[in-house]
Design a protein around this ligand. Structure first.
Ligand SMILES: [Fe+2]
Ligand SMILES: [Fe+2]
Length: 293
């Protein structure tokens, strides 16, 4: 559990609502998948046990394993075979993707925002974060994919439990071209990044992931232990918004902060430009395969 400052009353009230809501239905499977991702000794059998108790997830994994993309020589009807055919890494990601996407499924659009556009944005940030870790750092980046998928969970929560204020904030920041997070702070006393971190901490998610989500609009104060993931998340989030892939919650690109994050994480603009092109292509492919709503 991440050590917390005292939680303000209105934030605690929202956390209680989240605890009793459909949003929390993803908590156990997501934390189970993250435990497997973070344990190098984990096996395909453990992943299978986690998937098979969840019928919609089982159906999805089998559907993908039997799709034209993976083209098995004969029909696959067992989860363990699906994991071996598609690959351990890909199935872990797919399971995370399928669980998290459930909370983005309600698609009432409000003032340029919809959960589907937020989902597209979140997947793009997850894919970009993973590519930065693999290509630039030569690492798998255990938690970055989940951090990308969940980084804006605070937006889902305010949309659901403070819908009127959320619509007003969207309207105000669009009309006055103000920073979205600043308007949130003026309204609630906290922004969706802090709220997202509080939800993740309440769910006992890995500390690195909680920290990166909490600082995804403001990576400067992140602790040195979590700096690289926080900066990577910031870079991925900013570039996906610059390319207008899905929802945009930050119109004002802070060049100084962007450059600091590149320096802190040791990546160069040229590498990022190549990666964002690949992200755009992958997102288009996923849309064509019907994986984004
Ligand atoms: Fe955000
Ligand atoms: Fe974002």
């Amino acid at each position: 559990m991440v050590p917390q400052k005292e939680i303000p009353k209105n934030l605690q009230k929202i956390l209680n609502l989240v605890r009793d809501s459909e949003i929390s239905s993803i908590k156990n499977v997501v934390s189970g998948i993250l435990k497997i991702i973070n344990d190098p000794q984990s096996t395909a059998k453990e992943l299978k046990e986690l998937i098979e108790v969840d019928p919609p997830l089982t159906a999805q994994v089998l559907k993908v394993a039997n799709s034209a993309y993976y083209c098995p020589p004969s029909k696959i009807g067992e989860i363990l075979k699906a994991i071996l055919w598609v690959g351990f890494e890909a199935i872990k990601e797919m399971a995370l993707h399928q669980k998290v996407c459930r909370i983005f499924s309600d698609d009432k659009a409000t003032d340029g925002y919809s959960r589907l556009s937020l989902w597209k944005h979140s997947v793009a940030v997850a894919v970009m974060g993973k590519m930065i870790y693999r290509r630039e750092f030569g690492e798998k980046g255990e938690n970055i994919y989940a951090a990308g998928l969940l980084h804006d969970i605070g937006l889902i929560v305010v949309d659901q439990f403070c819908h009127e204020q959320f619509s007003e904030i969207l309207k105000k920041s669009a009309e006055e071209e103000t920073e979205f997070t600043e308007t949130e702070k003026l309204t609630f006393g906290f922004d969706h990044a802090e709220l997202g971190k509080a939800v993740m901490s309440a769910w006992d998610m890995p500390e690195e992931l909680c920290s990166a989500i909490g600082q995804h609009h403001n990576p400067d104060p992140a602790s040195s232990r979590f700096k690289r993931m926080t900066c990577t998340l910031y870079l991925a989030d900013t570039l996906c918004q610059e390319k207008k892939i899905g929802h945009v919650d930050n119109r004002n690109h802070n060049k100084g902060l962007f450059n600091r994050c590149m320096r802190e994480s040791g990546v160069e603009r040229r590498g990022l430009d190549l990666i964002i092109q690949d992200v755009q292509e992958q997102i288009t492919r996923m849309e064509e395969q019907g994986l984004l709503g």
